[in-house]
Design a protein around this ligand. Structure first.
Ligand code: BUP
Length: 466
């Protein structure tokens, strides 16, 4: 009987934006009641950021009997030979180069695994490792971005050559994806044919069809068209895609709660408790995007000028935050609060005082905003974020001024006064407020009894049962 237990292996990649959705999926899988599951979580230590190792520790101690950690030792990668300088992308590359070492590890697992779910950034090498096993192991990826971005991932190898011919204001036609993706929204690294990301997309897009399925942190009512086009065979008509399982929205779980060391989390909550309903704008650019010092100055000016109450998470370093005096971590400034530490974003977005979110549109943040019915001012700075911002606008839950360019460098991209005007516009906007609330209700339906997620889990677990 032990040998027939359903055992799923999870293999996330680097960065909180990738790790968090994997651990949320893991928590959902162990708590579903279609069938008892055990999980193996593959980790690579040391993690790139402290935030990741702290989250892994909290997760493992929440499920001691159901989850086993498998520490995957990577081959050393000389950063000077890496194709990127971003520490998270260097780690992606190191995992990819070491992935063939997974074969012996996976074959020695007991009970034998029933399925592996791994990060979308690891497709070719992990498929190769799985295909080298002496037994059949169904392989799935978890997509940590939007279905819209997945459609670009799936089509890139076919469209890359036509991309260069597009004018700057051109659009990329992908069957079933409407409106089409603007060239200006395409991640800049995908427009550079020599980048790590271009080669990753070129290599891995055609391999999607070799998977048994694709799990995605999205849901029907947020991305009906893109999910329909992906599942209906419109995207990449020629070689098809495996079934797409929209198992989102993933939202913060109990294990993520920060304990002990952060009495000051309560300070934020007490401050929020004192603010009128819907009056506060929450500002955060995610765990891996640092604004330049000059741009941070403009954001501060914009927030003060807007006159809107604000809770602003400031980040000046790419990985984690600088060591600060305890006293400096939370500061009240005028009508707002400035925070220089990890916050429980889910709690904040769920607080009744919060009525708007200035977000870089990392996909987890978009999903968390929608779940909480909070409207979004999209300020995409990098990577997939403009494609996700297009989803924000298309679904009606937020606004976006496309003239604000990509972030980066030491430049001031947007002046304080413009930021102030947009924040006021967001907090006064009625349609996005109503729409965000409506999609939030749909999100609850998708995850409730008889909702989309339950159906998806049932199908997946049927496939995994021996
Ligand atoms: Br910062 C911060 N607290 O202080 P995204 C982030 N988060 O809970 P990213 C906190 O980290 P990628 C903080 O709720 C979300 O779940 C936040 O993921 C949480 O953006 C996650 O939004 C951040 O996808 O990752 O970090 O830029 O680039 O991979 O999208």
């Amino acid at each position: 009987d032990f040998l027939h237990k359903t055992h799923v292996v999870l293999f996330p990649s680097a960065g909180m934006g990738h790790l968090t959705p994997f651990l949320r999926l893991a928590a959902l899988l162990v708590s579903q009641n279609h069938c008892p599951l055990t999980l193996t979580l593959i980790t690579t230590h040391p993690t790139v950021s402290l935030a990741e190792s702290s989250l892994i520790t909290r997760f493992l101690s929440a499920f001691p009997d159901r989850v086993t950690e498998l520490d995957f030792h990577l081959l050393p990668l000389d950063p000077s030979t890496a194709k990127s300088t971003d520490p998270f992308f260097v780690r992606f590359e190191a995992i990819r180069r070491s992935a063939y070492l997974l074969t012996p590890l996976l074959s020695s697992l007991s009970p034998p695994p029933s399925a592996i779910i791994f990060d979308i950034s690891l497709i070719s090498p992990v498929i190769l490792a799985v295909e080298s096993l002496p037994f059949h192991l169904p392989a799935y990826v978890l997509v940590t971005t939007s279905a819209r971005m997945l459609s670009l991932f799936a089509s890139y190898h076919k469209l890359a050559s036509s991309l260069t011919e597009l004018t700057d204001d051109g659009v990329l036609e992908i069957p079933g994806i409407s409106p089409p993706i603007s060239k200006s929204s395409i991640p800049p690294l995908l427009l550079n044919p020599n980048s790590f990301f271009s080669s990753l997309f070129l290599d891995d897009g055609p391999k999607l069809k070799n998977l048994n399925g694709i799990l995605i942190n999205s849901f029907e009512e947020l991305e009906a068209e893109a999910l329909g086009a992906l599942n209906g065979g419109k995207v990449t008509t020629a070689d098809g895609l495996p079934p797409i399982f929209s198992v989102g929205p993933f939202v913060p779980c109990e294990f993520e709660k920060l304990q002990g060391d952060v009495g000051d989390g309560d300070r934020l909550k007490r401050w929020l408790d004192e603010q009128p309903d819907g009056s506060v704008v929450y500002v955060s650019f995610g765990s891996r995007t640092a604004l330049s010092t000059k741009q941070i100055g403009e954001v501060g000016e914009g927030l003060v000028r807007s006159g809107v109450r604000f809770l602003w998470v400031v980040k000046e370093k790419l990985v984690d935050r600088e060591e600060e005096d305890e006293g400096n971590l939370i500061k009240v400034k005028g009508t707002g609060v400035v925070v220089r530490r990890w916050v429980e974003q889910g709690e904040i977005l769920g607080h009744k005082a919060v009525g708007g979110f200035v977000s870089h549109c990392g996909w987890n943040s978009v999903v968390e905003a929608v779940w909480n019915g909070v409207r979004v001012l999209a300020w995409p700075l990098n990577g997939d974020q403009k494609v996700n911002a297009e989803v924000v606008v298309r679904s009606g839950v937020g606004i976006w001024d496309k003239t604000w360019g990509w972030g980066g460098g030491d430049r001031i991209v947007v002046k304080g006064q413009m930021i102030a005007d947009k924040i006021r516009e967001l907090m006064e906007s009625e349609d996005p407020r109503v729409e965000a609330e409506r999609v939030g209700v749909e999100a609850k339906r998708a995850t409730g009894a008889g909702g989309g997620r339950e159906k998806m889990f049932k199908q997946l677990i049927e496939n995994w049962k021996k």
